[in-house]
Design a protein around this ligand. Structure first.
Ligand code: HEC
Ligand code: HEC
Length: 332
């Protein structure tokens, strides 16, 4: 019940704002899908103009030092806003430490990054811009550069009544990210819209395995298929350099904790895990089947189990029923 209720608020908020945005879009001819605004901070109300400006910034390579990288280089629309690389490549061949996460439904996140420590999309946007192995720009220089773009200055004046600055850049990017929704999968049709024919028998069997026979929904519950918190899923016995959330707060209980990723659109986003170390769902199933690597701080929920080949296939088919590419209509 609880799961359903939170899903309905997920949809309801989406529909409300869609309606508002739809009315606005009629005037500027910009097509938008559903979006929600529950988590829009009070200093950044969402609007169709802001989303559209944020979208331009998101795809603009001028945001990086040598103008070779945009946000979309590492968050590619077709791949559910990941880049399908083990780790990402930024300016000058720099490599990130981590695998690029999907940005679909990012508006629902309670915290950002694998360390689950940043509390707003506005704040997050500054990080890749300034990070040396990503865009390597100083915000001050970026503002100077973008002020020379007449169109951007005009938009900033129109939407924010100020010149392009860090406020305008981060607010617009965040508004755009809040418009990235994916909640129309076949699973949604089956589970929430009660269309019993939306899933095949095998997919339904896979959902039962995932939610009833195994423990997966303890950390990956519907509707978002994440509980939004950082957990240790026992990926390694020794986490080596990247100990996850520990590196932010230095709390030894945080060793090996990474924010639980949503499993929506997992069909489009391999390789998996914070470091892109697992290339396939089969590798992931083996990980959990073995009961994890038995790190001392591994969440106790994770215990060994055995699945037949057929059950694994069903589990995979269920996970693929979470794919929803309707968002792509705004990116073709
Ligand atoms: C060079 C590749 C690269 C570029 C460019 C890049 N990102 Fe990312 N992004 C990543 C990686 C890798 C992470 C994961 C970082 C972590 O968790 O430590 C990430 C994380 C994020 C997150 C957090 C998602 C979550 O689930 O917690 C958001 C939001 C985001 N990026 C938005 C952006 C925006 C907006 C831009 C452009 C201003 C951008 N990214 C540019 C690679 C990139
Ligand atoms: C204790 C919490 C927890 C439980 C229970 C759990 N997971 Fe996870 N899962 C995580 C965390 C944390 C990650 C990310 C770890 C990392 O990045 O190193 C993850 C990652 C994944 C990923 C990769 C997602 C991606 O985009 O990289 C898949 C797929 C997955 N889990 C499936 C499952 C399945 C199937 C089950 C049930 C057998 C399950 N999980 C049970 C916490 C959990």
């Amino acid at each position: 019940m609880l799961q359903k209720r939170s899903y309905y608020s997920f949809l309801f908020a989406g529909s409300l704002v869609t309606l508002l945005i739809f009315v606005k879009c009629q005037t500027n001819n910009h097509q938008l899908t559903a979006l929600e605004s529950v988590s829009s901070p009070s200093d950044n109300p969402i609007s169709a103009e802001k989303i559209s400006f944020g979208k331009k910034l998101f795809f603009d390579k001028r945001l990086s030092r040598d103008q070779s990288i945009s946000c979309a280089t590492c968050h590619v629309p077709e791949y559910a806003f990941t880049d399908r690389k083990k780790v990402s490549e930024g300016v000058n061949g720099g490599k990130t430490e981590r695998n690029s996460p999907s940005l679909l439904n990012a508006g629902f996140l309670k915290t950002m990054m694998y360390d689950a420590h940043l509390t707003s999309l506005e704040m997050q946007a500054i990080v890749p811009i300034q990070e040396h192995v990503e865009m390597d720009m100083k915000m001050k220089e970026l503002v100077q550069r973008l002020r020379l773009v007449e169109e951007y200055q005009k938009e900033a004046k129109r939407i924010f009544n100020r010149e392009v600055d860090a406020f305008v850049i981060t607010r617009s990017l965040a508004a755009f990210e809040r418009s990235l929704l994916s909640q129309n999968s076949r699973f949604d049709s089956y589970y929430y819209k009660k269309n019993k024919k939306a899933l095949t028998k095998d997919e339904i069997a896979g959902w039962k395995i995932f939610s009833e026979e195994l423990y997966c929904t303890k950390c990956h519950p519907a509707p978002a298929f994440t509980n939004y918190v950082a957990e240790n899923n026992g990926l390694y016995l020794d986490y080596g350099q990247d100990k996850g959330r520990f590196r932010i707060f230095n709390d030894s209980m945080d060793i090996g904790k990474f924010k639980v990723p949503s499993l929506r659109n997992i069909e489009l986003t391999s390789p998996f895990m914070h470091d892109g170390s697992l290339a396939s769902l089969d590798a992931i199933f083996s990980h959990y089947e073995n009961g994890g690597a038995k790190h001392p701080l591994q969440n106790k929920i994770i215990q060994p189990f055995v699945l037949t080949k057929k059950q694994k296939e069903q589990l995979k088919l269920f996970l693929f029923s979470l794919t929803d590419t309707t968002y792509m209509k705004d990116f073709r």
